[in-house]
Design a protein around this ligand. Structure first.
Ligand SMILES: [Zn+2]
Length: 366
């Protein structure tokens, strides 16, 4: 029996920051997880490119950085119009697929660039941003983050206005990175289903960024979806122990900060690549652990509420056997081995996210 090829949507890739590091996405880059040759080889139909801004930037710096990345994505997709096209809706994703093109969509990771302004939020929507991760690793004007969580104890009063405006616009509310209190506030205040675009299960790995079983049940009742992240630090407590014992992390943070500040300096680039090589040589969790998280999320939330959000290009180390987006198929092959039907695989590979995207864009309310 020949296996069918699922429609694949990856809801979170940090590729815009790679473009800013002078990587040409037309080429198969050794150090990138995502570029056009890899997207095509992996049979990816749609990928959300995240406009990520760190919590350390000032409001003006974060807006400028988000716009710079959006411009870079527009340029890069236009330069590769033989294989890819931008998409701003579920219909456009399907139209691009008909033409044999990979759809690139924009998400925004950290709401800081809207600067406490609903007008700015509307302009980012017009620019093409179709989901917004409310925070990154710091509390902001909108909400508390899982990494801090002390400023508002959930959504701020402005954050509640943001949720209402996102619902009105048809922009997906993304709860990856938010605190538990913010998550439950989003469940309470959003009129549309919500998504975690790149998170794992706390029952399998205790990282506070991951979702508890109670959160998974709340997400199911909300009609939302958890998109499973591939980052070994979110997949495996054992890997966190291995990483801590290796001592690479502290040195890596320092070298990465120097590289990010000056990505054209060959010495800083090669020092960073040296760190990536050392991380890859650690005992990494297998890609099968990604499927363990899919299994767990399915067992708690149900098959209609689980998908894929790799976090590729935003993570410094990957699972063994799943080193870049061209290898995505191993996840679905493993699901087949574990007895999932083709229609179940279709849901996880992209169908569930598309259902929610459609509900949000047509402003269907809960
Ligand atoms: Zn993230």
């Amino acid at each position: 029996m020949s296996k069918s090829v699922p429609f694949i949507l990856d809801s979170h890739c940090d590729t815009p920051s790679q473009i800013l590091r002078f990587r040409n996405l037309a080429l198969d880059n050794k150090w990138s997880h995502v570029d056009f040759p890899k997207l095509v080889r992996g049979g990816i139909d749609a990928s959300f490119f995240a406009l990520y801004t760190p919590a350390t930037l000032s409001p003006d710096e974060s807006t400028a950085a988000a716009l710079r990345m959006a411009a870079a994505v527009y340029d890069s997709v236009e330069e590769n119009s033989d294989v890819a096209a931008l998409a701003f809706s579920t219909d456009q994703i399907m139209e691009n697929k008909e033409k044999g093109l990979v759809s690139i969509l924009l998400g925004m990771e950290n709401g800081a660039p809207i600067q406490k302004s609903l007008s700015m939020l509307r302009m980012f929507y017009r620019l093409g941003v179709r989901y917004m991760t409310l925070t990154h690793n710091g509390d902001n004007e909108i909400a508390d983050s899982a990494a801090e969580g002390n400023r508002w104890h959930g959504l701020s009063p402005f954050g509640r206005e943001v949720i209402r405006e996102m619902n009105d616009l048809g922009m997906i509310v993304d709860v990856a990175h938010v605190s538990d209190e913010t998550f439950y506030d989003c469940i309470k205040y959003s009129r549309a289903p919500i998504v975690s675009t790149h998170s794992c299960c706390r029952a399998l790995c205790g990282h506070r960024r991951n979702m508890s079983d109670d959160m998974l049940r709340a997400l199911r009742d909300n009609g939302g979806v958890i998109q499973i992240n591939f980052y070994p630090c979110f997949l495996s407590d054992e890997f966190n122990r291995v990483l801590a014992e290796s001592g690479i992390e502290e040195e890596g943070d320092r070298i990465e900060a120097a590289f990010r500040a000056d990505p054209a300096d060959p010495a800083k680039v090669s020092a960073w690549h040296g760190i990536l090589d050392r991380l890859e040589r650690l005992e990494r969790p297998s890609y099968k652990v990604v499927v363990d998280h899919i299994d767990h999320a399915v067992s708690i939330a149900g098959i209609d509420h689980v998908g894929i959000g790799s976090d590729f290009d935003g993570i410094s180390v990957t699972p063994a056997g799943l080193e870049d987006i061209s290898k995505m198929g191993v996840v679905f092959d493993e699901m087949r081995r574990r007895g999932y039907s083709e229609s179940d695989i279709d849901k996880v590979a992209g169908g569930n996210f598309m259902r929610i995207f459609k509900a949000v864009e047509t402003k269907k309310t809960l």
